[in-house]
Write a protein that binds this ligand. Sequence first.
Ligand code: HEC
Ligand code: HEC
Length: 302
Amino acid sequence: MAHHNPWPDEGNTGHIWDEDIRELDNPPPLWWMLSFYAGFIMIIFYTLYYPVIPLTDKMGGFTKGLTDWTQINEYNDDYKVLKDWRVAKFADKEEKLASMSVADILKDDELKSYAVATSKMLFGDYCAACHGAGGAGNPNFPVLADDDWLWGGKANQIQASITNGRVGNMPARGMMGNLTDEDIDHVTDYVVALSEGKGNDAQYAAGKAVFAKGMCLACHGPTGKPLAPAGAANLTDQVWRFSSDREEIKNVITYGVNVKKNGEYIKGTRQAIMPAFKERLPNPEVNIKRLAVYVHELGGGQ
Ligand code: HEC
Ligand code: HEC
């Protein structure tokens, strides 16, 4: 800063930097001043128009403004417009879903894609906790994205699984409950062999005999493949419903699935229950069909 002001008459404030950079005290331009005052006037209108001044709860919370405008009201109004638009746009498709059978929906490519697209959220909200994202399965909960079905992969079978739920039942220690520990060891070896395609090997003959004696074949079919889908697992593939571990397989054979005594699950039994969704889903008539189409299209529908 200089002590000496070489420009005494130009109205500078006497603040000088780097020898010749001066601070002047010219008035601001008119346009600037007008905007400045206009800003003050705006504040008055703004304050009257919008909710601006916070007040105590006793005094009504806050000033409401002349039009009762709030962000949330505006959001709700816009949302309603969007929702009405969607409902109107998709009304005919929703009506078709409501009136057509799942099998017929599957034959209509456009409707099928629509059902699949609108199922993803529903599946995430209501099914994925057990069946995994995209039906990929979780320990103890079946994969829905393959073609291995307990209860059938036809449209009406999938629809029935979702509507009424499913409870698979397998008795403990064979149908009569009288297989010995030795029998169980043999039949476990046989079941493991079945999954490896070696069920007919002579060394598993004892297990095969137990499979007949314990009436395993009544549910799992004479060759380990159920004759009709009624909840029993296919034992001839590598898809394990519970576990591929020999001990775990032996446990299933020993304690069964969903076995109860005096209304309580017996110790060691596998619990496997698909809940009924006819009363759990919003708008169940349409949403069950939508989900049935989705599950069918996950990859394994028949
Ligand atoms: C609380 C866990 C749970 C929820 C939630 C659940 N499931 Fe299941 N689901 C199961 C179990 C367990 C089974 C196997 C039942 C059995 O072992 O017989 C099953 C079986 C099924 C089957 C039959 C599979 C087959 O192989 O035949 C379908 C289809 C199915 N679920 C669809 C759904 C859909 C769609 C939803 C969502 C609306 C859903 N599930 C929600 C537990 C659940
Ligand atoms: C009343 C019908 C029934 C009988 C009898 C039956 N099972 Fe099962 N079995 C089932 C059902 C149902 C399941 C469970 C399917 C599910 O919930 O995923 C099952 C599951 C299994 C599993 C588990 C398969 C896997 O993928 O994890 C094995 C192993 C098995 N059974 C073997 C046997 C053997 C061995 C016998 C005879 C001692 C037998 N079952 C008798 C119905 C039966």
